[in-house]
Design a protein around this ligand. Structure first.
Ligand code: SF4
Length: 459
């Protein structure tokens, strides 16, 4: 937020009437500045003051949504330069380029690939987000046919709906393609200094997001000015950077201008094209990786493969995870490999990475098991133990309360090797239970667990 409470209060009536629920106008101003209340709570703001406050309090980077429905992609609205300051908010969309010069088989292959290349990690589904259709053939009918094919895919109930980017320097071809799928809110690219006057009336006929392309950051300013004056606000920026060095500089300039200086004319998300500016697959993927950190909102790739897309998606997940909130899973009993009576019971914390590491190793062990996951506020085993959230007197009551003894038909609990020191406390809490210390590393579970089960059988 660009304005402080002390500045807001100067614009309030100053009567301290309390109707907004705050004891004073100053209190209300502080709440407004922190985002914990809204302007409509004060009935005495003039329309002029309200408009002025809305302008200064608007996010420094506009939110833009491409597509519609469950797979609509929202980008922008970022608030910080560095993730450790707070969090990055809207992760960049990864787009797969489809040229209308490619033959139908290749296009079908790409459509299938973007659908099939999806991954599960820490309970999150990772996937590419958009299809970018480029007019390269010079044949408008061919371009329209490809757009129709891709947008049909996007509306089919049998596949994931993908949001679309339409790319054409031929304005008539661009808007003819837009008319085919306007209801899907595609992103139109590029709006340039040369075509903007002709483009504005066409954009306004069926509003969808547009991406402006300039020759350098400064050249974007007259373009966004014109669009804003025409009432078009869903804008994405391409400064036309020619290589990675220029691109990182330009992306940083745009982000800094918007966030640090409140410069509204550059307060928009950005699009980058490693597919056009790099020479080979490896360079393209490494460039895309740099853009995930610095600060692209859409990254267009010429192709995607399992071994290149997955690392990019994991990197994106890591960078856009809120560092203030650990990723967690629900506190409950998880059944792995279809456990039955007398299956072993393991205990761990609800830090998502811990849970997924342990559960996948148990799965790999092929031993039917119960995994009791205790809520530790998202802390891993050692951190939870040192914070007093994974101790004998917290794990014991949890095991009693969750009812695992009835469900598993036994009173044997395997605790993580890293928490071996809670064993005695736990035995005091659960005197009728057998407490076994498991391996320190989850990766040892596949060998340790079958051997332990065998040991129990022989006793
Ligand atoms: Fe001040 Fe408005 Fe709140 Fe009254 S309602 S105390 S005028 S901010």
């Amino acid at each position: 937020m660009a304005i402080k409470g002390a500045d807001i209060v100067k614009k309030l009536p100053g009567t301290n009437c309390k109707e907004c629920g705050s004891p004073t106008c100053f209190g209300f101003a502080m709440k407004l500045a922190s985002g914990s209340t809204t302007m409509d709570k004060c009935p005495y703001l003039s329309p002029e003051v309200r408009a002025e406050l809305e302008e200064v309090m608007a996010p420094p980077m506009k939110l833009v949504t491409i597509g519609c429905g469950a797979n609509a992609l929202s980008i922008g609205e970022e608030e910080v330069m560095y993730r450790h300051e707070k969090t990055f908010i809207h992760q960049p969309g990864i787009a797969l380029l489809v040229s209308d010069k490619e033959d139908d088989t290749a296009i079908e292959h790409k459509i299938r690939k973007i659908e099939e290349l999806q991954f599960e990690r820490v309970g999150v589904r990772l996937k590419a987000d958009l299809l970018a259709v480029s007019f390269d053939s010079g044949d408008r009918l061919r371009f329209e046919a490809v757009v129709r094919r891709v947008s049909d895919t996007a509306t089919s109930i049998s596949v994931t709906k993908k949001s679309l980017i339409l790319i054409s320097s031929d304005l008539d071809a661009l808007f003819a393609a837009r008319d085919i799928c306007a209801h899907q809110k595609p992103l139109l690219y590029p709006i340039t200094a040369e075509n903007i006057n002709a483009a504005i009336p066409k954009i306004k006929q069926k509003p969808t997001p547009v991406a402006v392309r300039g020759e350098g950051v400064e050249s974007l300013i007259p373009l966004t000015t014109k669009l804003r004056e025409a009432g078009i606000e869903e804008i994405v920026l391409d400064p036309g950077s020619k290589n990675l060095t220029e691109a990182v500089r330009d992306q940083t300039l745009i982000r800094r201008a918007a966030l640090k200086h409140g410069f509204r004319l550059l307060g928009y998300p950005t699009i980058v094209f490693p597919c056009f500016t790099t020479a080979g697959v490896m360079e393209e993927i490494l460039t895309a990786a740099a853009f995930i950190d610095k600060y692209a909102s859409i990254i267009v790739l010429s192709d995607i493969e399992r071994d290149s897309l997955y690392p990019l998606l994991v990197q994106r997940l890591n960078i856009y995870t809120d560092p203030r909130r650990p990723m967690t899973v629900e506190e409950k009993i998880y059944e792995i490999n279809e456990p039955t009576t007398n299956s072993p019971v393991l205990v761990t914390t609800n830090f998502a990475l811990t849970y997924f590491a342990v559960s996948s190793e148990i799965e790999g062990s092929k031993v039917p098991s119960f995994l009791c996951v205790k809520d530790t506020g998202g802390l891993c085993v050692l951190a939870a133990w040192s914070a007093g959230k994974f101790t004998g007197d917290t794990v014991g009551p949890f095991l009693k309360k969750c009812g695992i003894a009835d469900r598993a038909g036994n009173k044997r609990a395997i605790i993580p090797g890293l928490a071996a020191r809670i064993r005695e406390e736990l035995e005091d809490e659960l005197p009728t239970w057998e407490i076994v210390v498991g391996p320190r590393e989850a990766s040892d579970i596949p060998t340790w667990l079958p051997a332990q089960v065998e040991k129990w059988k022989q006793h």
